[in-house]
Design a protein. Structure first.
Length: 161
């Protein structure tokens, strides 16, 4: 990320979140723990101000008052990943779709593994809802923040909060 990369931390029911972006857009939401731990780079600038709306919407989401995020996002990825991430945003809160359903929805029915890879590459978790994607049989599969957190997000949305 560039030298104008900003970050802050925000509490959540899942644990403290690391928010990263610029003054114009959010590019990263991460839970800085576990095997895929991400810490701020030395050149990043800590500033809560650009993330006030992100934090407000995250708080509302976790309190059950927000169903869809309305934030300027800047996810970094290939054209294929971008298509997958847009499709994830179309999954209604509280509902799930399988990796193969997403592949069909984006017109690439043979790309089920690539869809799974795009979900795994999503760095704006929660706002780009990769947690809503499940196996064909409806079971939960890998999630960077752990299957239990994935389950809790799906259940929270299904209950309306």
């Amino acid at each position: 990320m560039s030298s104008d990369t900003l970050y802050t931390r925000a509490p959540s029911p899942l644990g403290p979140l690391l928010l990263v972006g610029t003054a114009d857009a959010l590019s990263f939401i991460w839970l800085p723990s576990g095997r895929d731990r991400v810490d701020p780079e030395p050149e990043w600038i800590e500033s809560a101000r650009p993330f006030k709306e992100v934090v407000r919407q995250l708080d509302a989401y976790f309190a059950g008052r927000l169903r869809r995020f309305d934030l300027p996002l800047a996810p970094a990825g290939t054209a294929f990943q971008q298509r997958v991430w847009r499709a994830l945003g179309e999954i209604p809160p509280g509902k799930t779709m399988s990796y193969s359903e997403i592949a069909r929805a984006i017109g690439a029915p043979q790309a089920v593994r690539a869809v799974a890879g795009a979900c795994a590459s999503n760095n704006i978790a929660v706002a780009i809802p990769c947690h809503r994607v499940v196996r064909n049989d409806g079971s939960l599969s890998g999630y960077a923040w752990g299957v239990e957190r994935k389950r809790s997000l799906i259940e929270r949305e299904a209950q309306g909060g």
